[in-house]
Design a binder for this molecule. Sequence first.
Ligand code: HEM
Length: 438
Amino acid sequence: MPLFDTTLLLLLEGYSWLPARWREAQGEMIRTRLLGQRAVVLRGPDAVRFFYDDNHVQRAPALPEPIKSTLFGHGAVHSLDQAAHRARKAVFMGLMTPESVASLVRETTAAWDEAVATWPGRGEVVLFDEAARVLTTGVCRWAGIPLGEEEAGPLAADLVAMVDGFGSPGARHWRARGARARREAWLAEIVEEVRRGSSQVPPTSAPANALGAVAFHREPDGEPLAPRLAAVELLNLVRPTVAVAWFLTFAAHAMHYWPVTRVRMNDDLDGTYAEAFAHEVRRFYPFVPFVAGKAVKDLTWKGEPILADWLVLLDVWGQNHDPALWPNPCSFDPQRFVGREIGPYDLIPQGGGDPAAGHRCPGEPVAVGLLEALAPRLAGLDYTLPPQDLTVSPYRIPARVTSGFVLRPVGATVPREPVAAQSVSRSASRSRPQVHPL
Ligand code: HEM
């Protein structure tokens, strides 16, 4: 049977694209065409093991130019393989020690508290925009990137644009390209200044922060990264940290539609529930639809051939909603993570396998740590919701709460007050939201 190219369907159907293909698929994989190339789609823990073996799947040949020019940058760690990948990845892993993650969470939490203190004087706050600004301030302070107070908003807007535009061919995509070009040029200049010793990190010192670590990193050939490439990798720390704004807004959305989770959060004394809630937000809400690479050689998957050079996709959303792994997967239930050990191949919102050896996201402890710190603060705030569009369309990649979650702060903020004493929306509907493309 001829295989039709389904790229247009992906653009139209968003997160519904793969569930629809799975319904038509026979056996353990989807066979299709994407961007004119043969492609297969896999899911499940065995598929994660198979996909993250770099003798099976490599990234360099798979990343399309539009994704490099928006989301990741040209020459980024995402597009390297084998020894070159491991050497570059070590820079990121070195910055993700527990102490370093704790310091990033501390900086961001302080920025959040400063911002929230200004809310009572404001009529309405768009949570997504506010979270993006706070995360930008926090991550730049942590990384040592100099940023004036008035610069945080425009930088946050550019970082959000880079994430928001990668999955769309229209205006959002061109905004993302512009934002990337602007911010790479800006950061490349800062890297050059740091190397000249005219910024905070003295040129001879050991890397004191992320800016220093990247600016003074040497590739396996002994050469430093070209300033523009150093800027690309700095953006690969800063941009995804700001993308946690998506998850934080989803957290608010979840607490609105499943108010019991907010009560539990406010009763959580030791952080167990906050951690479980963070994992459930990452599992439940649609964000990364899939990750992709190319078959290095002719392969066999569960008896089915995958020929060299075919695209191989790992269905991230599908695996995070597989009923064999997650009973009742379309129900938002943080309780499922209480007391559950998470393995390297089951929960994969940020990729799977070993982050040091493969392409799994090195920033998972940051995303979880930030949600663990900020979601309880959000749960403890006193606010009402004006009428607004709280839908999360499964047809838009990346999905987001349409209104950005507009809230009206009530008086002073009262962290950790029991939810019964708080105002919650009377105007927005509480019937279960349609988030899933099933
Ligand atoms: C909103 C939260 C985040 C999500 C959903 C996310 C998701 C992902 C995914 C799906 C990958 C690709 C995995 C693969 O190709 O197999 C990835 C890679 C990466 N992420 Fe994240 N990430 C997030 C936060 C972060 C943070 C906070 C950082 C750093 C501070 C970070 C840095 C990176 C880097 C450097 C890579 C490339 C890894 C490699 O190619 O080896 N991410 N992320």
